[in-house]
Design a protein around this ligand. Sequence first.
Ligand SMILES: Nc1ncnc2c1ncn2[C@@H]1O[C@H](COP(=O)(O)OP(=O)(O)OP(=O)(O)O)[C@@H](O)[C@H]1O
Ligand SMILES: [Mg+2]
Length: 156
Amino acid sequence: MLDYVFKTHTPKETSDFGRMVAPYLFPQTVITLSGDLGAGKTTFAGGLAHGLGIHEKVISPTFNIMRCYFNAKLPLFHIDAYRLESGNKDLGLEEFIEGNGVTLIEWPQYIQEIIPSDALNIVISNLGDDLREVHISTSNPAFTKMFAKIREEFVW
Ligand SMILES: Nc1ncnc2c1ncn2[C@@H]1O[C@H](COP(=O)(O)OP(=O)(O)OP(=O)(O)O)[C@@H](O)[C@H]1O
Ligand SMILES: [Mg+2]
């Protein structure tokens, strides 16, 4: 199990964290993004998209469930499952998760059944003002180098 907790002090740091992670991703990576409303999930997603070479602005896909970005080093599927809490979950999202891109999932608890067990899990907590705690963990050893880099760049 890879597991690390650190702090960010500005939105830019959270976005920079996303950008830093991007080069370590590969096809079929699933990243879950958990945290309260306004924690910084989409801010992270914006940095990650930038790192994948996406220049469009990343907005929360809440009203569309999913936004896809193909003009990138790897296709990015950005899912916001918030509105699936009590709704129809049979949308075929597995096809994206099992496809050849990176899938980012905000509010993963609402579609838990389709999240692979070796996903990269990120939990962001608001510690007040601009301070955020970021907890990243995964059972997938393919991310070992990425964790070494994060430990180097981001500290508690
Ligand atoms: N350290 C920080 N990291 C990330 N965002 C921060 C930080 N400090 C302040 N913020 C602010 O918190 C807000 C985070 O919004 P964002 O849309 O990224 O959250 P979210 O988790 O995606 O929310 P939602 O669940 O509503 O989609 C932004 O307004 C951002 O400027
Ligand atoms: Mg969001």
